[in-house]
Design a protein around this ligand. Structure first.
Ligand SMILES: [Zn+2]
Length: 135
């Protein structure tokens, strides 16, 4: 169970570092707030099929809708408190940690490969905060 929780947190951390906040909000509004994919899609100008895809990726990691919802609910404030490291400037994406220009499709791979320590560090900090809040 620990591993699936860690992998959901890591997924959300990478999305936030990448500046992909819409995916995080969409997953949270569906799993936690109970909004429909079409309502969320309309709000963020994304198709309801893509919203379902975002949610499915998180639910698959937990193998459970309820666990995925609980993890997203508990970690959401911490995830939103992370500062993105990718800035979108014009049509380009720039990593402010290493000043590298990236295409959209390279962003998450770059974070996973070049800034793995930061991802792991932030993920561990969130897990520590979750444990403290349950004591
Ligand atoms: Zn970088």
């Amino acid at each position: 169970m620990e591993n699936s929780i860690v992998s959901i947190i890591k997924y959300l951390v990478i999305k936030r570092l990448a500046g992909d906040t819409i995916t995080i909000l969409a997953v949270k509004e569906y799993l936690v707030d109970g909004a429909s994919p079409s309502t969320i899609g309309y709000k963020y100008h994304v198709s309801k099929f893509r919203i379902r895809g975002y949610v499915q990726r998180v639910v698959d990691k937990a193998h459970s809708h309820a666990i995925a919802a609980a993890v997203v609910r508990a970690t959401f404030p911490y995830i939103m408190g992370i500062d993105p490291i990718i800035l979108k400037i014009g049509g380009k994406y720039v990593c402010i940690l290493c000043d590298t220009q990236l295409r959209q499709g390279q962003v998450e791979h770059h974070i996973r490969r070049k800034h793995k320590d930061i991802v792991n560090n932030i993920t561990s900090q969130i897990i520590i905060k979750l444990r403290r809040s349950h004591e």
